[in-house]
Design a protein around this ligand. Structure first.
Ligand code: PDD
Length: 279
């Protein structure tokens, strides 16, 4: 087989041959959900947690796909290639309908697509710049929906300002990044907003919370007021593809002393150890 294999509806095909109908509701409406599952040294990281979140997302959009963990694994595993850090992109849409109608079709077969890509190396220890923006997204942010136009527009505004991410503010409180969760070190305590419909329940976030607890670091799952975010000694952004990114400037102001902080250094070490231990 020439080119890279991807999975589409029961088949493994070269990327160039994987085609979806223009009547697919994913294409027409963004009517679908997805997962991004990292794999280190060929081992899928936190697979069960990603699949649990996928099921929650599917339930959230009232789409039934009755595959168990082993069946998902049978789809995903053959896509993994040699290499230190890869990720599986897995997308399920409501499938193809005969006509374009907002309401669900009477009958449709979900489209299931998966591919594997390399996670590009990232110089985290240098820190990144971020901006704050108004969180103008919808009220179902806990669903990992492919409908990402708001997130795209927000992230692009950050990129336009040579920043890595936009940290979103809703009613005076930080929710998350355009494609990441947020942590802050405030008066020595690691704080992250609690899970709610306003944020995606990040898997990286959960790993960090568990590592902080098992290493007796002080941590609170608590709303972060914008004023406190601006006074934080450290801010981090977390995701499956970026891991834990320290933010060194927020809206052109230094975070703490403008250097990567000691709590990040500690968590970065714990996270890398954990990755190696489970790989
Ligand atoms: N996004 N919040 C949002 C809005 C996200 O899009 C993501 C990840 C996260 C972090 O979740 P996790 O730790 O499970 O990756 C939080 C992925 C990487 C993406 O859309 O590509």
């Amino acid at each position: 087989m020439q080119g890279k294999a991807v999975y589409l509806n029961g088949e493994y095909l070269p990327l160039s041959e994987a085609k979806v109908s223009v009547l697919d509701r994913g294409f027409l409406f963004g009517d679908g959900v997805y997962e991004v599952i990292p794999a280190y040294f060929g081992h899928l990281f936190c697979l069960e947690a990603h699949l649990q979140r996928l099921n929650n997302s599917l339930n959230g959009i009232r789409l039934t796909v009755s595959l168990d963990t082993q069946q998902w694994l049978d789809i995903i595993q053959p896509l993994l290639v040699e290499g230190e850090a890869q990720y599986i992109y897995l997308q399920i849409t409501r499938g193809v309908a005969d006509t374009r109608d907002h309401a669900f079709p009477q009958q449709s077969k979900p489209t299931i697509f998966a591919m594997c890509s390399a996670i590009a190396p990232f110089a985290r220890e240098q820190g990144v710049k971020a901006i704050t923006l108004d969180d103008m997204r919808w009220e179902l942010c806990s669903i990992k929906a492919t409908t990402l136009l708001a997130n795209i527009l927000l992230r692009q505004q950050a990129v336009d300002k040579s920043c890595a991410e936009a940290i979103l503010i809703k009613d005076g409180f930080a929710t998350e990044g355009a494609a990441s969760n947020v942590f802050a070190v405030i008066e020595g305590v690691l704080v992250t907003p609690p899970n709610s419909n306003e944020i995606l329940p990040g898997i990286t976030r959960d790993v960090i919370i568990d590592l902080a607890k098992s290493n007796k670091m002080s941590l609170r799952e608590e709303a972060i007021a914008e004023v406190d975010l601006r006074k934080a000694s450290e801010i981090w952004l977390t995701s499956s593809t970026r891991e834990i990114l320290p933010v060194i400037t927020l809206d052109n102001e230094r975070v703490g002393d403008g250097q990567v902080g000691p709590v990040w250094e500690k968590m970065q070490q714990l996270f890398q150890q954990y990755k190696r231990a489970v790989s």
